[in-house]
Design a protein around this ligand. Sequence first.
Ligand SMILES: [Zn+2]
Ligand SMILES: [Zn+2]
Ligand SMILES: [Zn+2]
Length: 115
Amino acid sequence: MTKSAELVRRCELAKPADGGCAWCAKPRPKGRRMWCGGRCATAFWKNHWWSRARRAAKRRDKYACVRCGGGRPLEVNHIAPCLGAHGVVSCAHHLVNLETLCVPCHRTYTYASSR
Ligand SMILES: [Zn+2]
Ligand SMILES: [Zn+2]
Ligand SMILES: [Zn+2]
């Protein structure tokens, strides 16, 4: 079993079904091992892979700091600390756990996580 397949079984966002898409449980076309299509693959990576999630969070927050509305340079904060999971596929990168912050706000609100 791949790492993603293992993760998706425990992920609260996914609805894995035997023989179906690991993300939305819809029937999987032949030849696809995890997802029913590119959209579900993208949804998975956007919520679990840090570099994709970070980009998606900034886009969602319209490239502005969610605390003060300030602009670049922007960073993305894990609301619940990700405990060093930046380099791995993890449920810590769910978009609901991410907020876009400007550098000064990030410094102020970063008590919970290191980045
Ligand atoms: Zn799907
Ligand atoms: Zn700010
Ligand atoms: Zn997850």
